[in-house]
Design a protein around this ligand. Sequence first.
Ligand code: FES
Ligand SMILES: [Fe+2]
Length: 331
Amino acid sequence: MIRDQWYAVMTSDEVRRGKPLGVVRLGEKLVFWRNDSGELFCLRDACIHRGASLSGGECCGNEVICPFHGFHFDGNGKVTQIPANGKKAKTPERFRAKAYSVREKFGMIFLWWGNSEPNPIDPPFFENLDNTFSGSTSKHPWNVHYSRAVENQLDLVHLPYVHRNSIGRGNRTLVNGPVQVLRDNQIQFWVYNDVDRGQSPLKADQLPAPDVNRQHIHFIFPNIWQNWISPEFRIFVAFAPVDDANTVIYMRTCQKFVTFPGLKHIVNGLNRLFSIKVLKEDESVVCSQIPIASSLKMDEKLIPGDLPIITYRRMREDMKNSARDQADIPA
Ligand code: FES
Ligand SMILES: [Fe+2]
């Protein structure tokens, strides 16, 4: 995992008011809850007293109460009450659970995973992708490290094989380019696969210049992706890391070309079914990959068409190293 990043970890509607929710994300047991106004909190899901899961307890306003001996924790992780010590007793300052910064955007919960304060203060997100689009999110647990799930969505070469009966129809096995653009912690690339008639693949500079108003794939580190199909039609995916061998994929097909209520639901339902079919085509192949996680230096023989995957691995390695270097600097 890359430290000091905003990770999309689940959908907002998974955390309901009045009930704490325990999940594992980024290899950590976490508890989420909301107060009466819907404000969201997140702590490490292990009581600092004797380790019970706080998610088995109750929430009360801004606080969560441990089910074992009733310690109260506020949203900053501070213990505010120890019932066995009596109501008037002060709680020691060092009685604190680890608290995580969280934000909500586009119906997703983002969690800051790192040692420092969140920077940027809000998670980076796709321009012009917002709640004016309609579509519902589907959830898919995969037995794979999230890096493999991300790379699958950056993979141009697999389309005519894995998706020969859906988005990869037409036997376009030859990979031209690819054309890609990097900015900040983002990768965008354009697909120009073609039928192999004996020609050599075209180089990136022989292909049309990058144009963000033409269909392309856009990935923002560490774990959100969109297929920009048109200004009014996108497929959004978040790859929520669970642990070293598991990922939850959240996928939403988003459109705003149909707004009429009845028709909108039919169109959204069909889009959703088609996207799920395509994702299922990927699952068995991706989950068969070994090793289960990818890294920059590994024994794989990559080809020019794998450029977005190579770029992802390089950027990921650089970001991991830079987070590590910063952690080494004394405060
Ligand atoms: S384990 Fe939580 S209050 Fe004792
Ligand atoms: Fe695929």
